[in-house]
Design a protein around this ligand. Structure first.
Ligand SMILES: Nc1ncnc2c1ncn2[C@@H]1O[C@H](COP(=O)(O)OP(=O)(O)OP(=O)(O)O)[C@@H](O)[C@H]1O
Length: 337
């Protein structure tokens, strides 16, 4: 294990930002700290970096107790959402900075900077100033600068958070490829479940200062540990007391099976390649089902049709916490924040 966090707690006044958090972050992997705003992700990352001190607990990096070490002794590199570059220095000099203060020989620095600029696809931009780069290029420069000193751990706090959706998506793919080349243990903070599911090898879900689940993207998606993780990873709807994903529900118009729930179609909406069908059940729930266009056409249903609903066998479900009905809109709104 590359980073061992054991029993870490952190308060700000009366507010508990981290509550007895323990997690092992594997070497050479890309790990996402995922959760809603204010959940404690950045605080945990800052504690790993040494920028914040925990009230209790231990942080070990590559087998060394780092709990009391200052940031510069931890051999970590970091990149934040708003990266503070040296504005008057060229991209090359920004990337070289860490090596220069370590007094590395000139030709070694030049060679390493060339290598890094190539790695982040900025080789033509070495002589520009940071202000002459796009937001995405600046974040790539920040990564090159963080990697220059060969950190054992790279920490990224919403590194693409301030960029528009298209650039974010490009950089996400690029980060995954970069990591496949460099293999430095990387921990990145994100509140975007899609980003975490797409990029990370391992995801730590953090909410209200506690860890909800740790696992691979498949583990989390296919075996969510609880209601919170299920809701956080994407749209959900509720059938009886079960939370389920709208595409894991089946609609039929024939004879009802023993566990089927009857209802009436109240609304049909087309969203891109999917058809969203709302069904009102006898128990008064509005259940949302998403179907492909072909599934929908094969069913031949319209508003007011009498239908039966069932959960596709083997689909992930969790038991809904009572008093919190799942509303699809509400979930889409939270995940799109
Ligand atoms: N220096 C501080 N002083 C007081 N409260 C703080 C401080 N730093 C963080 N907090 C509080 O601790 C909580 C956790 O913050 P943190 O930044 O770790 O959350 P987060 O999960 O990273 O959220 P976000 O994505 O919004 O940054 C928040 O409620 C925040 O207001």
């Amino acid at each position: 294990m590359s980073i061992e966090i054991a029993g870490v707690s952190k308060r700000f006044g009366d507010f508990v930002a981290l509550d007895n958090v323990s997690v092992s972050i594997p070497s050479g992997r890309l790990t996402a700290l995922l959760g809603p705003s204010g959940g404690g992700k950045s605080t945990l990352l800052r504690i790993i970096a040494g920028l914040e001190r925990s009230d209790s607990g231990r942080v070990e990096i590559e087998g060394i107790d780092a709990t009391d070490l200052p940031p510069q002794k931890r051999n970590v590199g970091f990149v934040f959402q708003h990266y503070a570059a040296f504005k008057h220095m060229s991209v090359r000099r920004n990337v070289a900075f860490g090596l220069q203060i370590r007094k590395r020989p000139k030709d070694e620095i030049a060679g390493r900077v060339d290598e890094l600029l190539k790695l982040v696809h900025l080789e033509q931009f070495g002589d520009r100033l940071p202000a002459q780069l796009s937001g995405g290029q600046r974040q790539r420069m920040a990564l090159a600068r963080a990697l220059a000193v060969q950190p054992t751990v790279l920490l990224l706090d919403e590194p693409f958070g301030a960029l528009d959706a298209k650039v974010r998506k490009e950089l996400r793919d690029w980060l995954r490829r970069l990591h496949d080349e460099v293999h430095v243990t990387t921990v990145f903070v994100t509140h975007d479940q899609e980003e975490a599911l797409e990029v990370a090898d391992e995801i730590v879900v953090i909410n209200e200062g506690r860890i909800e689940q740790i696992g691979s993207p498949d583990d989390l998606y296919d075996r969510p540990a609880n209601d919170f993780v299920m809701r956080f990873l994407g749209p959900v709807t509720q059938l009886g007391d079960q939370l389920v994903r709208p595409h894991d529900l089946q609609i039929s118009t024939g004879a009802a099976g023993p566990d089927d729930v009857g209802g009436r179609v109240t609304r049909i909406t087309r969203i891109g390649f999917e058809i969203r069908v709302e069904v009102a059940t006898a128990a008064g729930q509005t259940v949302v089902v998403t179907l492909t266009r072909n599934e929908f056409l094969a069913l031949g249903i319209d508003v007011d049709a009498t239908v039966h609903l069932r959960i596709t066998p083997g689909s992930p479900t969790t038991t809904a916490v009572t008093g919190q009905p799942a509303g699809l809109e509400e979930d889409l709104a939270t995940t799109a924040q």
